[in-house]
Design a protein around this ligand. Structure first.
Ligand code: HEC
Ligand code: HEC
Length: 358
């Protein structure tokens, strides 16, 4: 049975406002030094000498394997770019539709007709997918938010986060992404009214980004948490969709959709991931791994909007680094509990379980 994938949706929608602000800031600042770099569709996506400047990016077994690991684990591309069955635990892509695109229901992303957001078919289908695009088109989409047609992408596509991937990781993502089976399904195009289109801008190209230092566990964890865009959902947002300062990773943000499968729309609030007693200070590494792998504790399953279906594919080592980073965060006292009735919370200015306690 079909249920749509609004998954990271909400998460990134949140990020949308943030991204838009950051993007305009970056572009503004850049106009002093690098005039048209961000807006020219032909601008180079990476520094000279990077693997990302090669067309095509050389296909190697290492890149294919690394790309698969990132795409199917941390980065959740199929969560948005495919139709998913949310009644399954873990969530599953409908057979034969992986990366074949998805039209987002407006109600779930807070847009009105005639606006329409489509995560396009990025499978290598020659007619309806990305079969004729260049590797550089993918690089530019992920680093700068510019589509193959030169259009600035709606920041629901998490390019603000993906742009921090190392050159080599990004190259691997592209190599894997272009190796999946083609999906022969035509999707409509994104349509946005002028006022919305004007509200976001492409980002500048990045310099060469080296491999993350895996021996510094906290900074490596930060690298992973950025790629997985955890804060897109786990940081509460204000009325304009921007993050509430001082509340980073402390939960509360409501995510609305059919996360339980079927048609029933439910609201689930992201939980507090900071090392406070109201957060996950009581977790240890093993418990964290268990929660991510199984989608919660036996008695308290995590809703499917939490992308555990992807994160469960990460290695123990990577999950431990993520946990170390989360444990290095500033503890924030913010009670959130989805098993309790929703009440108003003055800290994050929305309703959630235990809100009145804050
Ligand atoms: C949270 C949802 C989401 C996730 C996760 C996501 N995307 Fe996207 N992506 C979108 C949306 C929505 C668009 C279209 C935006 C628009 O039309 O303005 C898009 C656009 C793109 C484009 C540009 C297509 C074009 O027309 O040129 C590429 C390439 C792309 N995504 C690749 C990826 C890859 C690779 C991943 C994983 C590393 C990924 N996306 C993860 C939502 C997502
Ligand atoms: C698309 C939104 C979204 C993204 C992205 C997301 N989460 Fe979550 N997460 C949630 C929601 C919603 C819940 C609460 C689910 C519930 O209570 O059923 C949750 C719950 C959790 C929990 C359980 C906490 C507890 O107290 O039981 C952990 C741990 C967690 N997330 C870690 C992460 C990490 C680490 C990342 C990034 C690698 C991440 N999440 C990315 C939405 C998200």
């Amino acid at each position: 049975m079909f249920t749509s994938p609004r998954r990271s949706l909400a998460g990134n929608l949140i990020a949308v406002a943030v991204v838009a602000t950051m993007a305009s800031f970056l572009v503004l600042r850049s106009s002093i030094t690098t005039v048209t770099a961000a807006t020219s569709p032909t601008a180079s996506a990476a520094a000279v000498g990077s693997v990302l400047d090669m067309e095509p990016i050389p296909r190697t077994p290492e890149r294919l394997a690394r790309g698969k690991y990132l795409v199917e684990g941390l980065l959740q591309c199929a969560g948005c770019h495919s139709e998913n069955d949310f009644s399954k635990r873990p969530v599953e892509v409908l057979p034969g539709k992986k990366l074949g695109g998805f039209v987002f229901p407006n109600a779930e992303i807070g847009l009105k007709t005639p606006n329409r957001i489509v995560a396009p078919n990025i499978s290598p289908d020659l007619e309806y997918g990305a079969g004729t695009w260049k590797d550089a088109d993918f690089v530019r989409a992920l680093r700068q938010g510019i589509g193959h047609d030169g259009r600035t992408l709606y920041p629901l596509m998490p390019y603000f986060y993906f742009r921090s991937l190392s050159d080599e990781d990004l190259a691997s993502v592209v190599v894997y992404e272009r190796s999946v089976p083609p999906v022969h399904i035509k999707r409509p195009k994104t349509f946005l009214t002028e006022d919305i289109r004007k509200s976001f801008q492409p980002l500048l190209p990045m310099e060469h980004i080296p491999e993350p230092n895996r021996s510094d566990r906290v900074s490596y964890g930060h690298y992973l948490v950025t790629g997985g865009h955890c804060d897109g959902c786990h940081t509460p947002v204000d009325e304009k969709g921007g993050p509430i300062a001082g509340m980073e990773f402390s939960g509360g943000q409501p995510l609305v959709g059919a996360w339980a499968g079927g048609k029933k729309i439910i609201t689930v609030n992201a939980l507090n991931l900071t090392p406070d007693a109201s957060g996950i200070s009581y977790f240890d590494e093993n418990m964290f791994i268990e929660v991510i792998r199984n989608g919660g504790f036996r008695a308290r399953p995590l809703a499917n909007i939490m992308p555990w279906a992807f994160f469960r594919n990460l290695t123990d080592d990577d999950l431990k680094a993520i946990f170390e980073y989360l444990h290095s965060l500033k503890p924030i006292c913010h009670h959130v509990d989805n098993t309790e009735p929703a009440t108003y919370c003055k800290q994050c200015r929305t309703k959630h379980g235990l809100g009145a306690m804050n």
